[in-house]
Design a protein around this ligand. Structure first.
Ligand SMILES: [Zn+2]
Length: 341
């Protein structure tokens, strides 16, 4: 059966890997830029959306460079709150029922205090959740390119807000030449305080980076994990252990992690029994939505409706929620999915 975009749009969805600073509405970005005197690469929403799209980045680094424009307009508590709120509203419009959105508070300092930099987006996602019913939680990131002491500060902040909207710690940023092992103390702190961890790995660097994320840093999930197939033993281990992979198809094509989506290993990992989840990474820089990502999986990787349901349920099962909430989420998704033929 060929699925339409409308069919996939109506499915209840879960998203686990998306960056808050990659999801600003172009109109909001322009408004905030004008209000804050930040110059942006275009003056109209459509032109700005085009300028922010990273369809032809030569590297992960060039892709990440776009973020300096979004981060520039996210230096007040009101802007962070609004962007987080609008992100949840936009997620709800995709019929997303649960979303974990990530960002690095250090990028909003020293304009904001660490407390403000965490509490502003928390207020925004709470407002969005109250209004739409879409559950939203925050993942606090350290960055590979910043000093490891900053990552440790971010992990401490994440732990401080554990149970209050923050559900995990992540390590993001330029992967090549910036090994996760340098940031191991941040992971150790988070895990030592029962805060789960994920880690970007296997996107800008090879399987050894994934090995570090899992074996040295103790990550429960892997952000991307695209290059896992290059190490058959590690691939077998992660698949057997059910380590969830936060796959971002369009983003991987934009960063040239894969040459084209039809050859993306997501299909292979899924067929081998891996816990594959699909995600956008960013709505703005990748000009995509979670609906689009599932549609692309259907059209280019031959995921059937039944398999798409599994991708959605995999994401629910991999959510960094307390067990009871995770099970309730799965049960309600299953009921909804079964009602849509
Ligand atoms: Zn990412």
């Amino acid at each position: 059966m060929t699925l339409t975009r409308a069919h996939i749009h109506q499915l209840p969805k879960v998203e686990l890997h998306v960056h808050l600073d990659g999801c600003i509405r172009p109109s909001t970005m322009l408004e905030l830029g004008q209000g804050q005197g930040v110059s942006l690469p275009a003056s109209g929403p459509e032109a700005l959306a085009k300028a922010m799209l990273v369809a032809h980045a030569d590297s992960l680094e060039e892709y990440l460079d776009r973020y300096r424009f979004t981060v520039a307009v996210m230096q007040t508590a009101a802007a962070l709150e609004r962007i987080a709120y609008e992100f949840v509203v936009d997620s709800a419009a995709e019929n997303t029922r649960y979303v974990e959105v990530r960002y690095c508070p250090a990028l909003h300092m020293p304009a904001l205090s660490l407390t403000q930099a965490v509490e502003a987006p928390l207020a925004g996602i709470r407002r969005g959740e109250a209004e739409t019913g879409t559950m939203a939680r925050l993942i606090v990131c350290g960055l590979r390119t910043l000093d490891p002491s900053v990552s440790l500060d971010m992990a401490r902040a994440a732990v401080d807000y554990k149970g209050d909207g923050v559900v995990a710690f992540d390590l993001a940023g330029s992967e090549f030449g910036h090994p996760a092992v340098d940031h191991a103390p941040a992971f150790e702190f988070a895990l030592g305080h029962d805060l789960p961890c994920t880690c970007h790995a296997g996107e800008g660097d090879g399987p050894d980076s994934i090995r570090q994320a899992v074996h040295v840093c103790g990550a429960h999930r892997i952000g991307h994990g695209t290059r896992l197939r290059e190490d058959p033993d590690l691939e077998k281990e992660l698949i057997e252990n059910g380590v969830p992979l936060e796959i971002c198809l369009t983003s991987n094509r934009h960063t040239h992690t894969v040459v084209d989506i039809a050859q993306h290993p997501a299909r292979r990992y899924f067929d081998l029994g891996g816990v594959v989840t699909l995600n956008t990474d960013s709505r703005l820089m990748d000009a995509t939505t979670i609906t689009d990502e599932l549609l692309i999986a259907h059209e280019q990787l031959a995921f059937t409706r039944k398999e798409i349901d599994t991708l959605i349920l995999n994401a629910a099962d991999s959510a960094f929620l307390p067990q009871g909430e995770r099970q309730a989420l799965r049960a309600s998704l299953l009921t909804e999915l079964e009602a849509i033929s």
